[in-house]
Design a protein around this ligand. Structure first.
Ligand code: HEM
Ligand SMILES: *[C@@H]1O[C@H](CO)[C@@H](O)[C@H](O)[C@H]1NC(C)=O
Ligand SMILES: *[C@@H]1O[C@H](CO)[C@@H](O)[C@H](O)[C@H]1NC(C)=O
Length: 324
């Protein structure tokens, strides 16, 4: 009798393991008892960072994307290069481009003060990306939590999995399909380019050599971005001026007006391109509610790309370094 009861007991324990934490599920209440102040600590620090410099909201949103697309949302993008360790910061899509690491350090320090050794850098970044979007006027969403931090990073994977600005529509669709997204979700996520800036080296070809571009728009950008030489390589232009610090749906207006800043943006709306694609752009353009809802849903989905959970990975004490 006793043995059948204990058998039943261990069967239930097994069921519990399968359907709870051990199955790798994230949950919005993951830190409810271990760090109840987490969301307010991250929100206050993120809002302050965006008040200090509005562009930081865009930068943190992008940082989360670059984390999740490379070996999952595991904080790998935050690891510094070190002797014998190659991180992702020197990959093509990141080098001299991705930013927000100091702000992540600041937020992490505050979270560690509130709840030492409990919250992963990957989770902090997921929350900061959401809070940034809200602070810039965009939609909100509930962030599932419980990610753990990687002890590895991969520059090769970053080079392979971060879509470059010269990708055409087929390349963009394939690159996002590889991470489980539909073309429609890719189009929604690209709407993040409603905020932030790009460097001349990423739109030079477009303004000097492309035909699917408003000539006045191209002309206006040429003053800050010379056709040759490297002197102006790093000069910035807004993705969605003059509202580049507001999260709105005018990015899609730009596309219809042939004012996409980088090649990949304009690929989403191209007279010679896919009709289904143009339809999605028109829908987001005419309804910012539709765009906001689908962007939020796609961000939740992005945040779930192959997280480390359970006993995998670790809770880094410093987001830049693997714990020793
Ligand atoms: C669809 C494929 C995408 C491509 C090819 C792409 C490419 C780029 C490039 C080239 C820049 C400018 C970098 C620089 O010049 O330094 C940029 C900036 C940015 N990207 Fe993307 N991106 C894509 C998708 C996304 C997604 C999915 C998000 C977020 C959900 C995102 C968020 C941002 C933001 C917010 C900025 C501005 C960052 C700042 O001003 O600091 N991008 N992207
Ligand atoms: C997109 O780019 C790929 C790779 O450069 C190329 O093979 C393909 O023909 C292009 N597709 C379209 C529709 O332009
Ligand atoms: C424009 O295209 C030509 C031919 O491919 C190339 O040689 C030139 O460097 C391009 N110019 C710019 C500014 O990208």
């Amino acid at each position: 009798m006793a043995s059948s009861a204990s058998l039943r007991c261990s069967f239930l324990a097994l069921l519990f393991l399968v359907f709870s934490g051990a199955s790798g599920q994230l949950s919005p209440t993951f830190y409810a008892t271990t760090c109840p102040s987490l969301e307010s600590v991250v929100r206050d620090a993120t809002y302050q960072a965006v008040l200090d410099e509005q562009r930081m909201g865009a930068s943190l949103l992008r940082l989360h994307f670059h984390d999740c697309f490379v070996q999952g949302c595991d904080g790998s993008v935050l690891l510094d290069d070190a002797p014998g360790f190659v991180g992702e910061k020197t990959a093509f899509g990141n080098v001299n481009s991705v930013r927000g690491f100091e702000v992540m350090d600041t937020i992490k320090t505050k979270v560690e003060a509130a709840c030492p050794g409990v919250v992963s850098c990957a989770d902090i970044l997921a929350l900061a990306a959401r809070d940034s979007t809200v602070k810039l006027g965009g939609p909100t969403w509930t962030v599932p939590l419980g990610r753990r931090d990687s002890m590895t990073a991969s520059r090769d994977l970053a080079n392979a999995d971060l879509p470059p600005p010269f990708f055409n529509i087929s390349g963009l669709i394939a690159g996002f399909a590889k991470k489980g997204f539909t073309a429609r979700e890719m189009t929604a996520l690209s709407g993040a380019h409603t905020v932030g800036f790009a460097q001349c080296q990423n739109y030079r070809d477009r303004i000097y050599n492309e035909t699917n571009i408003d000539p006045l728009f191209a002309q206006g950008l040429k003053t800050g971005c010379a056709s040759a030489g490297h002197a102006t390589d790093a000069n910035l232009a807004p993705f969605d001026g003059p509202t580049e610090l507001v999260f709105d749906s005018s990015y899609y207006d730009n596309l219809v007006n042939r004012r996409g800043l980088i090649h990949s943006d304009q690929e989403l709306y191209n007279p010679g391109g896919k009709q289904s694609q143009a339809m999605v752009v028109s829908q987001y353009r005419s309804s910012s509610t539709t765009f906001f809802n689908e962007f939020a849903a796609a961000m939740v989905k992005m945040g779930k790309i192959t997280p480390l959970t359970g006993n995998d990975g670790q809770i880094r004490l410093n987001c830049r370094l693997v714990n020793t």
